[in-house]
Design a protein around this ligand. Structure first.
Ligand code: GDP
Length: 297
């Protein structure tokens, strides 16, 4: 299935209302704008974001006037494209590396979102960029999580630092970082415990781990299937512990687009990477312009 297929067809119905029009006017865009609004809401984009988006598009439409050789429906597509790109942060937001190695990347996220998979995918991705990585298993609540990250680490050929489940996560992270320094590792990726929902213990532990290893990147892994809820989570984690961005997983599934479109605008934090499948190579940078292009079909 096409990614965000429903959103794409919802928007198509907006352009179709302008077939045969000579120019864009306040009057003839009223119905297309309603279609755009409906399509975004059905894609699970949060209401304030939809309102601002529709306002921005309307403001620009009224200002464009007649462009020779460009049909009104194409003009509207172009404006919506540009505004979608803006909504998603404009430029690609690259990972930041610290001046002195190793760079520490702390990964957080609720259970089941794909965090452990992302740890290994990220190591694989960075390895392809020529960086030597190490994974740190600081998720001590599920013994299975340590086994899983060990297996995935082996699969991508990246060492996994672990101390079992009896040591404090912050201590494991600190020791892991020391080990990484000895090995002259470029990037240390710290996996933390996920829980079914946000609770104080989780946030306190994350704060403690963060303080122990002073990460350059703190990335929240969120599931794109959860739509605008993903954006709300990024906001909460950012307020509670301070994060540098998000990683959006499961974009290969039948998510509606709300997460991709809401995260930046709602939380002020960018989506840096996206996961598009279960294989180790299924992780890539988040390109707002390509994403807008895909949405517009
Ligand atoms: P964690 O609990 O957050 O550590 O989640 P896991 O890494 O164990 O992933 C949970 C499930 O989601 C596993 O079955 C993964 O294979 C799957 N998964 C993770 N990322 C993706 C993705 O981008 N696409 C798809 N289709 N499945 C994914």
């Amino acid at each position: 299935s096409e990614m965000f297929g429903q959103l794409t067809s919802g928007l198509e119905s907006a352009w179709s209302k302008l077939k045969g029009a000579e120019v864009l006017t306040k009057e003839n865009i009223a119905e297309p704008m309603r279609d755009i609004r409906r399509a975004l809401l059905e894609a699970d984009v949060s209401l304030p974001v939809v309102r601002r988006f529709v306002q921005n598009v309307s403001d620009r439409v009224v200002g464009v006037g007649l462009i020779r050789g460009v049909r009104p429906d194409q003009q509207l597509v172009k404006i919506v494209h540009d505004e979608l790109v803006n909504l998603m942060g404009g430029e690609v937001s690259d990972l930041v590396f610290s001046k002195s190695s190793p760079t520490v990347i702390l990964l957080a996220g609720l259970q089941g979102v794909g965090k452990t998979t992302v740890c290994a995918k990220l190591a694989f991705y960075l390895k392809k960029l020529g960086k030597c990585c190490m994974l740190v298993a600081a998720d001590v609540y599920r013994p299975a999580a340590i086994d899983q990250i060990t297996i995935l680490g082996n699969q991508v050929g990246v060492p996994v630092y672990k101390e079992g489940t009896e040591v404090r996560p912050s201590q494991i992270a600190k020791n892991g970082l020391e080990e990484a320094k000895k090995r002259k590792t470029d990037v240390v990726i710290v996996d933390t415990a996920g829980r079914l929902q946000i609770d104080k213990a989780m946030m306190d532990e994350l704060k403690e781990v963060k303080q122990a290893v002073n990460p350059t990147e703190v990335l929240l892994v969120v599931d794109s299937m959860t739509g605008q809820e993903a954006a709300a989570l990024v906001t909460t984690f950012n307020i509670e512990i301070g994060i540098t961005g998000a990683i959006l997983t499961k974009l290969d599934g039948d998510s509606r687009g709300g997460a991709a479109l809401s995260v930046r605008e709602v939380s002020g934090r960018p989506i840096k990477l996206v996961g598009r499948g279960e294989r180790m190579e299924d992780l890539e940078p988040f390109y707002p312009d390509r994403m807008a292009g895909r949405i517009l079909g």
